[in-house]
Design a protein around this ligand. Structure first.
Ligand code: SAH
Length: 220
């Protein structure tokens, strides 16, 4: 591993702090979330050739047609998911680079993360080991079915967009639990927030978003 965790030049703390300033301007308010983003070496989650762009507020390619989410979107979804509360068990669907997983691991008790592309998952696992994130458990699987053996979860975050709501995810929430999920066809997606109250689900539609599609089955 030739890139250091602390970083220099375009990956230095000063560059990271500039990103945090932009996130504040975009109305991210949770100080805990902002400080975890400021400390997380995002440049380790992208290819070395892209490391100098890691602290720009953009999504970047991670191979296999997938992307590492935009820092603003990671901050926004994390803020919504935590909502100032103590959260214990979180399911993430779409590990990808592992960046969102790593952010969550610093803020909640345990993260369960599912990915359908094996090489991406292997890469992400290496990062979790390198950063000593011991509260992350991952699985190579189609996360549209959730992770029934580990359910129920306090919160579920989905980082790829289905066209229809996967009901199995709602079923795997505790009472009071919440689901954050982008949904819709490419170019017409919206970020949705569901809160479980008994066997009812309260839905809120948030902003327009752009995510890769949630696909069925495992690749390869
Ligand atoms: N949170 C990630 C986002 C990666 S993009 C990051 O910041 O890096 C979304 C990821 O969801 C991709 O890696 C894609 O392979 C994965 N994905 C798509 N459909 C899936 C499914 N049904 N189950 C699990 N993962 C899925």
């Amino acid at each position: 591993m030739s890139l250091s965790i602390h970083g220099v030049g375009m990956t230095s703390q000063r560059t990271r702090d500039r990103l945090i300033k932009i996130l504040r301007q975009q109305n991210i308010k949770d100080e805990k979330v902002l400080s975890v983003l400021a400390a997380m070496p995002r440049h380790l989650f992208v290819d070395e050739a892209l490391a100098s762009r890691a602290y720009e507020n953009i999504s970047l390619p991670i191979g296999h047609g997938q992307t590492i989410s935009q820092p603003y979107m990671v901050a926004k979804m994390t803020e919504l998911l935590i909502d100032g509360e103590e959260i214990n068990r979180v399911l993430e669907v779409g590990t990808g680079s592992g960046y969102q997983t790593a952010i969550l691991s610093k803020l909640v008790g345990q993260v369960f993360s599912v990915e359908r592309i094996q090489p991406l998952l292997n890469n992400a696992r290496k990062k979790f080991r390198q950063l000593k994130l011991n509260n992350v458990l991952t699985r190579y699987s189609d996360g549209g079915w959730g992770w029934p053996e580990k359910a129920p979860f306090d919160a579920i975050i989905v980082t790829a967009a289905p066209e229809e709501l996967p009901m199995s995810l709602l079923e795997q929430l505790i009472d009071g639990g919440r689901l954050i999920i982008p949904m819709g066809k490419r170019g017409e997606q919206e970020l949705l927030f569901f809160k479980r109250v008994g066997n009812k689900f309260h839905k809120k539609t948030l902003e327009k978003v752009s995510f890769v599609p949630l696909l069925k089955g495992r690749s390869g």
